[in-house]
Design a protein around this ligand. Structure first.
Ligand code: GDD
Ligand code: MG
Length: 334
């Protein structure tokens, strides 16, 4: 089974973390988001992943020079310009010569979904496309997908206003598709699978969906990028992972609670780091306090500084000693 993995977006909601690094190459508790996505696919028999690349393709190619990730063979399809989701799928599938049923995943979704159940429903219904659905609190950030009792999709409404969403079951970003879907995607321009291709398939009655309440998160915002990591440290996803890297240096008087501290990062005397992510090589000064903060590689947080409520500090940035920031980005406006 082959899978197209969409990893070509700009990751704008995660800036400044994604100023230079594509979001799927950001670490999620010491392992790249991409590697976690591909490891999930490999469990269900995917043996080749076609990375649909746009922004900074070199970051992926450099990270996996052997052309393999989590035991899965990698192929790279680099778009000449951003083609949006359907355009990207078409481009990658044609590059790879796909002519059989294939899988597509949004590369920023982490889940415990059993892909076999989606393949089974797809085959049982003789569908042209079958998509995984998950229930969410606020569907307005997602593709909203009402279905009939047998799983036929009745509508696909991408990011509707909250009070206009007909259901809270949303597109969870994993699809099984027939190659005929590729013929529906016009060449040479941006095409959104959510806004154009899926609605056309709904009109033809060929799109099905499977709702499932397994663990699911789209890690593409600061809040969810943090949440997915705190979930891995806790008990929501099997055996808890270890947040503090063995090569991190934590002063014995510092407190690190439910947090990720990357390789070579330093946490100074009497600093307090709670529910936060500190990436490799960053430096947290003495008596600084972090609560729900994200600090990128090699950033420097001055002594006594306070970072709260989803502050995001970009790679190599400096926060002055004693500075207090809430829900801010550094550099500002990034
Ligand atoms: N190659 C390529 N080219 N990839 C792209 C492009 C493009 O032009 N645009 C976006 N992508 C990739 C992103 O990198 C990401 O992995 C995936 O496509 C989805 O894009 P997002 O920007 O993360 O979309 P979203 O989160 O707002 O919405 C999508 O995901 C939701 C579930 O997480 C939609 O599919 C929604 O319908 C869905 O509910
Ligand atoms: Mg997303």
């Amino acid at each position: 089974m082959r899978a197209v993995v969409l990893v070509g977006g700009f990751g704008t909601r995660l800036r400044p973390l994604t100023a230079e690094v594509p979001k799927q190459m950001l670490p999620v508790v010491h392992v790249s988001m991409l590697e976690r996505v591909i490891a999930g696919l490999s469990r269900y028999g995917v043996d080749e992943a076609i990375l649909s690349l746009g922004f900074r393709p070199d970051a992926f190619i450099d990270a996996y020079p052997g052309g393999e990730c989590a035991g899965v063979r990698l192929r790279y399809a680099v778009e000449p310009e951003p083609l949006d989701t359907a355009g990207a799928i078409r481009f990658a599938a044609l590059e790879a010569g796909i002519d059989e049923t294939f899988v597509v995943v949004n590369g920023d979704v982490l889940n415990d979904f059993d892909l076999r159940s989606l393949l089974e429903l797809h085959r049982a219904r003789g569908a042209e496309g079958t998509i995984h659905l998950t229930p969410v609190e606020d569907p307005s950030r997602y593709g909203v997908v009402p279905t009939s009792d047998d799983g036929r999709v009745l509508g696909f409404i991408e990011k509707p206003p909250r009070d206009e969403a007909p259901t809270n079951w949303i597109n969870a970003g994993t699809y099984v598709l027939e190659p005929s879907v590729l013929d529906r995607i016009p060449a040479g321009r941006k095409v959104s699978i959510e806004r154009e291709t899926f609605p056309a398939m709904v009109a033809d009655g060929t799109l099905y969906a499977l709702g499932d309440e397994c663990y699911w998160i789209d890690a593409g915002t600061p809040a969810t990028y943090l949440e997915v990591q705190l979930d891995l440290l806790g008990s929501r996803r099997g055996a808890p992972e270890v947040g503090v890297h063995p090569d991190a240096r934590i002063d014995p008087s510092a407190q690190v609670i439910r947090s990720v501290i990357g390789a070579g990062a330093r946490v100074g005397a009497a600093a307090q780091v709670t529910d936060s992510v500190v990436l490799a090589g960053a430096h947290i000064g003495a008596a600084a306090r972090l609560d729900h903060a994200i600090v990128a590689e090699d950033a420097h947080i001055g002594a006594g500084a306070v970072l709260e409520d989803h502050c995001v500090v970009g790679r190599g940035q400096r926060v002055a000693p004693g500075q207090e920031l809430r829900n801010a980005k550094v550099p500002a406006g990034s």
